[in-house]
Design a protein around this ligand. Structure first.
Ligand code: HEC
Length: 213
């Protein structure tokens, strides 16, 4: 028995080692000259975007609190909420270099309740229940019109794990295209990235700091 096992081992091991070495070399070569997307978008066979389970390990971009924008001023009617924005790490690194987002960049926007009077807190707000998750993906092949696709993981009974792209008639597309300062993304609200975009001159020429839709 022992002999059988060890002879299998001695036959299998060199091949296995070679495969592992070749695999890691290929990975190193690929990451040398182009962006790798270990956290890039993945889709079901029905072309629905899969919500990444680990997006909270991505780069935290910024948070908005009770932000109001657009004609409806929805936040005036609702209690304030936090919007937390996350972006895939590899795309973030690329943005630091170029001031723009590489193809296959993926964002997650998480909406959370802003709670008052939690524990010892008797002023201000802390983040509470997860209320909604939205996503955007840059993919010039897949989303030929806008270059970006927009997704909502809100289902009829709470959050869902996969989402089809929202139709191009949704306001996501028009607001992001018209009002976002850098490449369809609201970098004007992400202080550290806005500094990068200003330095690398990738803020759109007609961006108006006080402009509204
Ligand atoms: C009236 C303008 C407007 C509309 C409509 C809108 N957004 Fe946004 N979006 C924003 C602003 C402003 C931010 C900045 C972050 C924040 O809200 O805290 C943002 C941020 C985002 C982000 C983070 C990445 C980025 O682009 O900055 C995602 C993802 C996103 N929105 C998805 C959506 C989706 C999906 C829809 C449609 C269901 C939508 N948005 C509709 C204004 C808009």
């Amino acid at each position: 028995m022992a002999h059988h096992a060890s002879s299998l081992e001695s036959k299998a091991a060199p091949g296995l080692v070679a495969a592992v070495v070749a695999g890691s070399l290929a990975w190193i070569r690929a990451s040398d000259d182009r962006v790798d997307f270990p956290e890039g978008p993945t889709y079901t066979e029905r072309d629905e975007l899969i919500l990444p389970a680990d997006y909270r390990e991505w780069i935290y971009v910024s948070s908005g609190l009770g932000m109001t924008y657009g004609p409806e001023k929805a936040a005036e009617r609702l209690p304030p909420r936090f919007n937390n924005v996350f972006v895939a790490r590899s795309a973030y690194r690329e943005f630091l270099k170029s001031g723009t987002w590489p193809d296959k960049t993926m964002f997650i926007l998480e909406v959370r309740a802003a709670d008052a009077n939690v524990s010892i807190n008797n002023g201000g707000r802390s983040q509470g229940k997860l209320l909604a998750i939205e996503a955007s993906v840059k993919d010039v092949q897949r989303f030929r019109d806008a270059g970006w696709g927009y997704f909502s993981f809100d289902g009829p009974n709470g959050l869902v794990k996969t989402a089809a792209p929202l139709p191009a008639s949704e306001t996501c597309y028009s607001c992001h295209k018209a009002m976002a300062a850098v490449d369809n993304t609201f970098v004007q609200f992400y202080p550290t990235l806005f500094e990068v975009a200003k330095r690398l001159k990738t803020v759109r020429a007609d961006y108006e700091p006080a402009g509204g839709p």
